[in-house]
Write a protein that binds this ligand. Structure first.
Ligand SMILES: [Fe+2]
Ligand SMILES: [Fe+2]
Length: 341
């Protein structure tokens, strides 16, 4: 969602072009920005074809389409309906999941009161758990959608998906409650970045020591947000606080080690680093999943819980090909550039 606009008396909110319902009757009004003017483009019941959406996507990816704020729930419902539509291809359904997640994460990072937003996000994570449980292709298609660019919203969604997948493997269970706890932990893990200046988060050059000090506060900032929300499981809250702790005690904010770090936080730490490495950022290319595993193997021994990392690595037969500074941090990879040999 983008900044709200006023058109006549309606408050309009931006939606991503890719998230528009295609080839079916629209449940909401759609407004289009043309040359600085916002005009009524389609009414409920009208159809926007897939070709028209493609055309709009080539014009501008953001700031082009709007819906009335009071119709936001219709937009989210249309995304959920498509996600469950067995006639849609897996790639289209995974696109809908990402688009719906984007809206929820935007709200998590911008709403004054996160309590009601968390309740909505929970249903999103339930959808995620069901989706990644359907088949391997579903996870692969989500992975493919994630390698284009990097920003905190996409990162949060991706880490949620990886956390669910990894928790499934580590805990050897399909227990929905546990997987939702893992997904929520992944979705919320960086919520403390709400309090960090955007310029700092997106800075392509190395952070100064005072900037770095500020960045390292985000787990505690995040915990302050989630600790009062009783619909968030305690294990998910621990993920927010502990996802930068390292198994060998070299992490932050408390330098906890081993079993002193919650098991789920140890899972999400791996998902977090994996996502940071496989996503393109302004200062490094997107590594392939195999390459990322290789890089993670070459990181400081003891950074990750070995038993969890091994279950993550089990399917990958690689030898390290890439140099990585031991100080690599997924929140600030500019401080630890990856060099390909
Ligand atoms: Fe973080
Ligand atoms: Fe992160």
């Amino acid at each position: 969602m983008l900044a709200p606009k006023k058109n006549d008396k309606a408050i309009l909110i931006g939606i991503r072009t890719n998230s528009v319902l295609q080839d079916r009757p629209l449940p909401y009004d759609l407004f289009l920005q043309v040359g600085g003017q916002v005009v009524h483009f389609r009414k409920p019941g009208d159809v926007v074809t897939g070709d028209r959406v493609k055309q709009l996507c080539t014009q501008s990816s953001e700031g082009l389409l709007f819906i009335p704020a009071e119709q936001k729930s219709l937009h989210l419902q249309s995304l959920r309906d498509q996600l469950k539509d067995p006639d849609l291809k897996t790639e289209d359904r995974s696109r809908m999941l990402k688009e719906s997640a984007f809206v929820h994460v935007h709200d998590l990072f911008t709403s004054k009161d996160i309590q009601p937003v968390v309740t909505e996000a929970r249903s999103l994570v339930e959808d995620m758990v069901s989706f990644v449980s359907t088949d391997v292709a579903a996870v692969a298609s989500l992975l493919n959608l994630s390698r284009h660019d990097y920003y905190t919203y996409n990162h949060s969604v991706d880490v949620a998906v990886y956390s669910i997948v990894l928790a499934k493997r580590v805990y050897g269970t399909d227990d929905k409650k546990l997987l939702i706890t893992a997904g929520l932990g992944g979705l919320l893990h960086d919520i403390g970045k709400r309090d960090i200046d955007l310029g700092l988060i997106n800075k392509a050059s190395s952070l100064t020591s005072s900037e770095w000090e500020m960045m390292r506060k985000h787990p505690e900032f995040g915990h302050a947000y989630v600790k009062q929300v009783d619909t968030i499981p305690n294990d998910s809250k621990m993920v927010v606080l502990q996802h930068h702790e390292n198994f060998d005690g070299t992490g932050y904010p408390f330098g906890l080690s081993g079993e002193g770090i919650s098991r789920l936080a140890r899972v999400v730490t791996i998902a977090d680093v994996f996502d940071a490495l496989t996503t393109k950022r302004s200062y490094h290319h997107a590594s392939s999943p195999l390459e990322a595993i290789s890089i993670m193997k070459g990181m400081q021994p003891g950074k990750f819980d070995p038993s969890i990392f091994n279950s993550f690595d089990r399917k990958f037969q690689t030898s390290p090909k890439v140099e990585i500074p031991t100080s690599f941090d997924p929140c600030c990879a500019a401080n630890s550039r990856v060099k390909k040999k």
